[in-house]
Write a protein that binds this ligand. Structure first.
Ligand code: NAG
Ligand code: NAG
Ligand code: NAG
Ligand code: NAG
Ligand code: NAG
Length: 625
């Protein structure tokens, strides 16, 4: 191993080579890094060292701190990430030809994976970042893009799609073509977080418009409110049903989905009240209480973490929970654990459980001490595109910690409970379950160490960001090479929101959405909605010992899990039949399966069958296998 004195010249040679190379070639993303480089070569220098393979842990011996790496990264990456987002918004974005105005594509990648679609969730989260920039005065030129976004969502809401028409399930459709037409191939649908996220983003935007007098009251009541209302009415009906989670892979209940639904209903209630929609406000408020009650059930008391995902046989340790905390952050709620605020004992305890599962499974993390940051992915069982670390999940960890620092700074104290003790002991082994005010040494040490830990996550992303600053979806778990979708809009937006959180800026979306001082109702009420009886008849010949079952894409049919499939009766053999209560006015898919005497499962061949239930009545199927 060369000493650090020798390392510097060794690294400088390739640095100069790269500068020369960059000078003579236009970078892929169309930016000219060289110009920026010459302006502040010194602050950029740590990034170049990182890209050349210098381990983050080595840089301090060269006199380069994590702070200086992160500050250099933020300075360099901010304009690139912002341009990266804008390039992916129609119709003027340079990388999304064919996208209608206000349509936000997930990524320009059209192959392996094909992401040239607009997802309701991603678009709402990216737009929240733009709304915050607009509302905080950082970039008022965004108004026209935001207006386009509003119009595009109004139009998308009305598109009939495989999840149903607008008023009966269609809002749960996760993604659309960029020309507004429905995507009709098989997919993990429905997903219930999109409408909630969109409603929250639009409410924040509308509050800003009203405050700045940038829009007439009639524009709000006639144009924006109907969009918000459709989404909130959807959340009212669907919050208590399973659906595909934010990673689109398993049908279950999902912490992220419930958390953002609670937020949307809660802020929706007070927004509705403010514009005189009293009846709607009462409905949203009741269901917000119910959703908040249900939200508590994700907490795993024994193992001290949030079980993000209750399906698919997973551990439930998932970026889902960190993302939920940062997207339901309300500065005014302090460190309240009822809404799992970023600095709440539960959210902090959960964060390190989530982070630590990636220490062993990614080679690039090996050997890094437990008090230091690492690259994180979606969840440990992930195999999608190889199941690598993601930029946006690693940035989310940093953001949650920055949010926590913001609140501690405002309240000038840190409260440690038994639940969060393990988190704080990691940084100070003498920490006790008590309150440390800002006058104590412990407060000073803890805030310094947590800041350093948080910065570490951005430094890890910096380490694996290519020199041109472009952000893909993932980077390789063994060598850190970017992979999967390139120029992922959400990677750029997640980096920008983490950067802003580091400055302790209080943004419109994080201010008084209603999380402050909430009480959990003593009894959790369900809201499963009306059902209709559906009789399934299938003509199927079987051999002795064989039985016919039905499974499909909803709770009553066992959500495609063969072990939860429903057995049909052979009383009218060869017609097998079952009558099940299924939600009214929904579309779903299903199949019949055979379970042999030996317990083997045989699926029906061909495409999935589908059915839409009416609002009342008693539909029957007459199928043949
Ligand atoms: C897109 O470009 C057109 C033509 O230059 C311009 O009129 C329009 O305002 C732009 N849209 C946005 C959202 O900036
Ligand atoms: C919209 O785009 C999709 C995918 O490119 C295409 O199949 C479809 O025909 C387009 N629809 C219209 C109305 O242009
Ligand atoms: C519906 O809410 C009840 C009460 O909180 C809860 O027990 C149940 O698990 C929820 N079901 C789903 C699918 O959300
Ligand atoms: C915290 O844990 C300690 C030791 O296990 C226990 O004695 C104490 O009662 C706990 N405090 C609370 C508030 O649960
Ligand atoms: C049926 O639906 C399931 C769950 O969405 C999906 O995995 C499967 O590919 C579908 N099958 C066909 C043949 O479309």
């Amino acid at each position: 191993m060369p000493s650090s004195q020798h390392l510097l010249p060794i690294l400088l040679v390739p640095l100069i080579a790269i500068l020369t190379y960059q000078a003579t070639s236009q970078s892929r993303s169309g930016f000219s890094p060289l110009l920026n480089l010459h302006n502040d070569v010194l602050s950029f220098f740590p990034l170049v060292l990182l890209r050349l393979g210098a381990p983050v842990s080595l840089l301090p011996s060269l006199g380069i701190s994590t702070t200086s790496i992160v500050e250099a990264y933020i300075k360099r990456e901010t304009p690139i990430a912002k341009a990266g987002v804008l390039a992916n918004i129609g119709s003027n974005g340079s990388k999304c030809r064919g996208a209608k105005p206000g349509i936000i594509i997930a990524s320009p990648s059209t192959e392996d994976p094909d992401y040239l679609y607009t997802w309701t969730r991603d678009a709402a989260l990216v737009t929240r970042m733009l709304v915050d920039e607009y509302g905080s005065g950082a970039d008022t030129s965004l108004k026209s893009i935001l207006d386009d976004f509003v119009s595009s969502q109004h139009s998308l809401q009305q598109v009939s799609n495989p999840s149903g028409p607008a008023l009966t399930g269609g809002l749960g459709e996760p993604k659309f073509h960029i020309n507004h037409s429905a995507f009709t191939e098989p997919w993990g649908r429905p997903q219930h977080d999109g409408p909630a996220l969109r409603a929250s983003t639009l409410i924040t935007f509308t509050k800003i418009l009203l405050k700045n007098k940038d829009a007439a009251q009639s524009f709000v009541t006639d144009k924006i409110w109907p969009i918000i209302q459709l989404d909130l009415d959807y959340v009212v009906v669907y919050w208590n049903r399973t659906g595909f989670d934010l990673w689109e892979e398993v049908t279950s209940s999902s912490f992220f989905t419930t958390a953002v639904q609670h937020r949307a209903l809660r802020e929706g209630a007070s927004f509705a009240r403010s514009i005189g929609q009293i009846k709607a406000a009462a409905i949203y408020s009741t269901q917000a209480d119910n959703a908040l009650c249900f939200l508590q059930s994700y907490w795993n008391r024994e193992e001290n973490y949030i079980t993000s995902n209750t399906g698919g046989g997973r551990s439930g340790k998932d970026a889902n929970s960190a993302l939920a905390s940062i997207h339901t952050f309300d500065v005014s709620a302090g460190c309240d654990a009822v809404t799992f605020q970023p600095c709440s004992d539960k959210a902090l305890a959960s964060l390190i459980v989530y982070v630590d599962v990636f220490r062993d499974i990614y080679a690039i993390n090996r050997g890094i001490p437990v008090t230091k940051a690492i690259a994180t992915g979606r969840y440990p069982e992930d195999v999608y595109q190889g199941g690598h670390p993601w930029y946006l999940t690693t940035a989310a960890v940093a953001e949650q910690l920055y949010d926590a620092l913001t609140v501690w700074d405002l309240q000038q104290r840190i409260e440690i409970t038994n639940t969060s003790l393990a988190f704080f002991r990691r940084f100070l082994d003498t920490a006790e379950p008590k309150t440390y005010t800002s006058l104590t040494d412990e407060y000073t040490i803890l805030t310094k160490e947590v800041k350093e830990y948080a910065d570490g996550f951005l430094a890890v992303n910096a380490r694996y960001t290519p020199l041109d600053g472009s952000l893909a979806e993932q980077y390789h778990r063994d060598n850190g090479k970017p992979l999967s979708a390139l120029d992922l809009t959400w990677s750029y937006a997640a980096s920008l929101t983490a950067f802003t959180a580091r400055e302790k800026k209080i943004l419109p979306s994080n201010w008084e959405w209603g999380a402050k001082g909430l009480k959990v109702p003593s009894v959790c009420k369900s809201n499963t909605g009306p059902t209709v009886p559906v009789t399934f008849n299938v003509d199927a010949k079987t051999v002795y010992g064989e039985n016919i079952y039905i499974t499909g894409s909803n709770e009553a049919l066992g959500n495609w899990f063969p072990e939860r499939a429903v057995k049909l009766s052979a009383a009218k053999y060869p017609i097998w039949t079952a009558t099940l209560k299924i939600h009214s006015s929904i579309s779903f898919e299903f199949k019949y399966i055979r379970k042999t005497a030996e317990g083997k499962i045989v699926w029906e061949e061909g495409p999935n069958r589908s059915l839409t239930t009416p609002s009342s009545g008693h539909p029957e199927t007459h199928d043949t296998w």
